[in-house]
Structures are given as C-alpha cells and as structure tokens.
Design a protein around this ligand. Sequence first.
Ligand code: CAA
Length: 384
Amino acid sequence: MQFQLSEEHLMIQRAARDFAQTECLPGVIERDELQKFPKEQILKLADLGFMGMMVEEKYGGAGMDTISYVLAMEEISKVDASVSVCVSVNNSLVCYGLQQYCSEEQKQKYLIPLAQGKKDGELYIGAFLLSEPEAGSDATSQRTTAEFKGDHYVLNGIKNWITNGSSASVYLVIAQTDISKGHKGINAFIVEKNWPGVVVGAKENKMGIRGSDTHSISFQDVKVPLENRIGVDGFGFAFAMKTLAGGRIGIASQALGIASGSYELALKYSKERKAFGKEIMHHQAIQFKLADMATRIEAARLLCLKSAWEKDQHLDYTLSSSMAKVFASETAMWASTEAVQIHGGYGYVKEFHVERMMRDAKITQIYEGTSEVQRIVISRSILK
Ligand code: CAA
C-alpha cells in the first residue's frame, strides 16, 4: 500500500487548482447571486478534457483514472460547487454510464461529443433523469412511462430537480415500461432535448449551488427510437443504480472540496484576524476547531480516494462510494458551518465565501442519494 500521488496525479491536481483560482473564483459571488450558469467555465473545462475525464481517448475522453477525477473535483469544488456539479454529472452519471453500458452506435453518436463537452464548437453536455415528484429516494416507484410500440417507445411523465436541465443537449431518462414487473420493467433511454414533446420546466430557485441550472423536464408523447434504449429490455433500474455508485464518488469529492475549501479560508482568516490582543489562531477554541476540521477532511479524502482506487481496480465499489458520500457530505456541512463560526460576523456576509459554501454543502447530503439512502446501502452491504 502506498499513499503517494503519482507525478501525473499531482499535475492534474495542479491544473484543476490553477483553473479554479483563475477561471472560477472571479465572479463566483455574482453567479451565485444571479443564478447564472457557468457556461464560459464549462466550455474551458471541456477544452482541458475535464468533461470526459474517465472516457477512453478513442471516444473523445481524456483517458484518466478515477483518482484524477477525485483530485480535480476537490480542487474545483473548493472554489465553485456550481461548476463542479455540472462536471460531476457529465463525467460520472452521463459519460461513464454511456461508456460502460451503451452500444457502439450510441457511443459514436452521443458519447464522443458528450465526453468532449462540445459539438460544432457549442456546449454539449448531458443530464441524468431519475428523480420524479413522487420518486426520489424510492427510485423504483417510477411514474414516467415508456410504452413499447414495436420499433419505438412513447415517453410520458415528469422528472424533477434535474441538474443541467436546460443546458444539457442529451438526457438519460429512466422510465417504467411494464409496471407488473416492478424494477425489472424499468428501462433507460437516450433522449435529445430538442425532440418534439420534450418540455423544459421553470428553473428552481435554490438555497445553494445556485449557478447550476436545475429544472423539471416533462415528456408529452415523445417518440424514442428503439436504438436509443440503453441495454436489454428491463436493464434501466440496474443501469441507474450502477451508474449512481460512480456518481456518488463524484459528489463525495465535491463535498470534500467544499469542506477543504472552507477549512482553508478559515485557516487563513484565523492567521489574520486579531481578538483579545492576538491572532485568533492562538486561541485554543479556534485551534481545536481547525484540528477537528483537518482530521475529518483527511478521513473524507481517504474514503474518496479508496473508493476511486477500487473503481480503477475493477473491484465492487458500491459500499465504499456510499461510505465516502455520506461521510464527506456530512463533513462538508459541519466543516463549512465551523468555517462560518470562525469568521464570526464576516462569515455571515457574502464577500467571505464561507456562507455560500455552507449553503452549497447542504445539497451534497441530498442529491445522488440522501445520507439516509447511503446508510441503507451500507447497512444492507454489511448485514448480508
Ligand atoms: N448495482 C446493481 N444492481 C443494484 C444495485 C447496484 N448498485 N443496487 C440495487 N440493485 C438491484 C438489486 O439487486 C435489486 O435487483 P434484484 O431484485 O434483481 O436483486 C434491484 O436493483 C432493486 O434493489 P432494492 O431491492 O435494493 O431496491 P429498493 O427499492 O429497496 O431501493 C435504494 C434501493 C438503494 C433505496 C435505491 O432506490 C436508491 O438508490 N435510491 C436513491 C436514488 C438516488 O440516488 N437518486 C438520486 C437521483 S440522481 C441525482 O441526484 C443526479 C443529479 O442531478 C445530481
């Protein structure tokens, strides 16, 4: 066992850190305030190969490993979690799912431009459509229907809280084909946003990750060709679960970045701010907070990297990705709250960034499986 990053990993980490500082930091407060999608940043990340990091080069990706992905996600999330959620969804829910489970024709048509993040010079990213108004944690209760008509399906229903909802060109849609078969009657489809009957609903006005565009998407008699179904009939639920296991590494790394970013700001502030005649870092109350933050963040980082390593070694990473996600997201919520506390009154205003990080942290305990869902996955795994 060795805990050292390779030269290549360090280079990717540095590139992501530099990008976050030079391209994401300027304007981050305004984008949050105005709920502005970071299109410019995503296009530049596409040019750097960060939108299809784990996709093989022959399919337009950067051919990097999952460890590199964790490192990049942490660095970007330290500065702007609205950028990193878009990176995470496109990389792990969309591109990785397509690379693993799609046909060669589907890869040629969709994966290549999605992994490049661009088509004909324009933004080209994807979204993952599983959640519904009445099917969040209880993901088998899909109400969106995909009626089979011989050479095509007809899609009807509504999906909720869709990240990249209006920016995406391609949707991976999970829908029920045969309700009598339960989860085995569920299919997954590749649907293009501009097809007739696809309607993008209003943008959600969110607490955090406000730059990311979250919408409901509805389907009204949308004709989906048979060749756009992913895998064999009834594979949709397994596709969603397998893909989400990888997605959870992405969101765990996002949470890790929010935690470490808020810790770094709190550390810097504690060296500058004076109270009772000395910098606050000399007060034990602050020292103990920083010590606990550094320790928990390191533990979260190790869980993320272990899960990434298991994925790269083709081992089962379902348990480790849920452990990483629940621990990192709870660390992010706690550490960002402590960072606000260390900043005192300044922590409560926007200019010091930590209040945004505290708002951004909350969603990491909810999306891609709530903390409660992760505990279901973990307990089932250890009890079986
Ligand atoms: N890989 C392969 N198959 C899996 C699997 C996995 N990781 N997990 C479950 N399955 C299979 C099971 O083996 C079972 O199949 P069999 O009956 O053939 O054995 C089938 O799927 C059903 O599994 P369960 O009985 O465990 O299903 P359940 O109803 O008890 O639910 C759950 C399990 C873990 C709670 C699941 O519903 C779940 O993960 N819910 C959360 C959904 C979620 O994460 N939503 C996030 C939305 S996406 C998002 O947020 C993206 C974004 O925009 C940021």
